[in-house]
Design a protein around this ligand. Structure first.
Ligand code: SAM
Ligand code: SF4
Length: 340
């Protein structure tokens, strides 16, 4: 299935162009990170509502034909999806070929890093909030740090470069460990990205006052490292502000989604595992493409209908996420069901 590039059709009312599609492959996960999922009691999406690999590829194809150039697979935990390698291989066949990345908790990467690289995956981000086994078990409610670290090394060995490490900081839990986490990443050849915690937990326990801000994370790092900002031109629309550490080549990214929002330069669109388009993690509305996929349309008529849904969805994109504004409401779906 080859996408025919028709240029950048996905422009919103504020002049932003969508080029980055985040595809959630499942809402399921084998960890239970406190900021993302409850310990138990979260209902999974019914399997009949999940898009098949073919349906996902069809939507991605329409998105690439409309101007998307980067595709990131996420979840839930995308490595739990049994047809992941096939999906990656199918999307890697699209022309023009989008860049392909994956955000994962790393469980299972030891086995899958090689096959994924062979299928066409370019890069991975692996989430590691702490290197302390007990703390890892506290944050993720599972004692599996060792497997995650093995998975990271496997990704590096498979050439899925640069291997990035995502860390969400929590006050009094893992924030003091940040300098050690950066030292370890520099030593191992991984690029650390520190992420501000966002109000996406199903327990609604997020508290702006308790959140570790990007400024606080940077101040802590500056006590231990020389940090030079990477030139603005290199950042582009990327959410991370990147700093060169101790003269390079190591770098660290800081993502201030809450205190330093990058909505004005946002180029993202999301597809949930059950076939809904979302313009933002915090979007209030979704556009249903599953119904279009299952409407009986096929061939160019289906592609045209999908392209139309993509355009209409992007047209409705709001100016910003509105966290901190009076009317802000946390989305109904938890992070694991939107796709991080
Ligand atoms: N399971 C995979 C993982 O953990 O990398 C992919 C999905 S996860 C939802 C994607 C990213 O979102 C992870 O880096 C995770 O740390 C981050 N995340 C989850 N909940 C968050 C929250 N409330 N605030 C900020 N980041 C969050
Ligand atoms: Fe699972 Fe990722 Fe959410 Fe943690 S952040 S519970 S690994 S989906």
């Amino acid at each position: 299935m080859a996408a025919q590039h028709r240029g950048t059709d996905l422009v919103d009312r504020f002049g932003r162009t969508v080029t980055d599609l985040r595809v959630s492959l499942t809402d399921r996960c084998n960890l239970r990170c406190t900021y993302c999922m409850p310990a138990e009691g979260l209902d999974w999406l019914p399997s009949a509502e999940l898009l098949t690999g073919e349906e996902i590829t069809r939507v991605v194809s329409a998105a690439v034909a409309s101007g998307v150039t980067e595709v990131r697979f996420t979840g839930g935990e995308p490595l739990l999806r049994r047809d992941l390698v096939d999906i990656v291989a199918a999307v890697a066949q699209l022309r023009p070929r989008p860049s392909l990345s994956l955000t994962t908790n790393g469980l299972g990467l030891t086995r899958l890093a090689g096959p994924l690289a062979d299928a066409g995956l370019d890069r991975v981000n692996v989430s590691v909030d702490t290197l302390d086994r007990a703390k890892f078990a506290e944050i993720t409610r599972r004692d599996r740090l060792e497997e995650v670290l093995e998975g990271l090394a496997a990704a590096r060995d498979a050439g899925l470069a640069p291997v990035k490490v995502n860390a969400v900081l929590m006050r009094g839990v893992n924030d003091a460990e940040l300098p050690d986490l950066l030292r370890w990443c520099l030593r191992e050849g991984y690029q650390l990205r520190v992420i501000e915690q966002m109000p996406l937990d199903p327990q609604h326990g997020w508290d702006r006052e308790r959140m570790v801000t990007a400024a606080q994370a940077l101040a802590l790092l500056q006590q231990h490292f020389e940090l030079e900002p990477e030139p603005e031109a290199v950042r582009g629309s990327a959410p991370a502000e990147t700093w060169i550490v101790n003269g390079g080549p190591g770098k660290v990214g800081v993502i201030g989604s809450v205190t330093r929002p990058f909505c004005g330069a946002c180029d993202r669109l999301r597809l949930t595992a059950d076939g809904q388009l979302r313009n933002c993690l915090f979007a209030r509305d979704e556009t249903d493409v599953r119904t279009v996929l299952r409407s009986g349309l096929s061939g160019p008529a289906l592609d045209a209908a999908l392209a139309e849904r993509l355009r209409a969805n992007v047209h409705a994109k709001r100016a910003g996420h509105g966290i901190g504004e009076p009317g802000f409401v946390q989305p109904d779906r938890p992070m694991s069901a939107i796709g991080g």
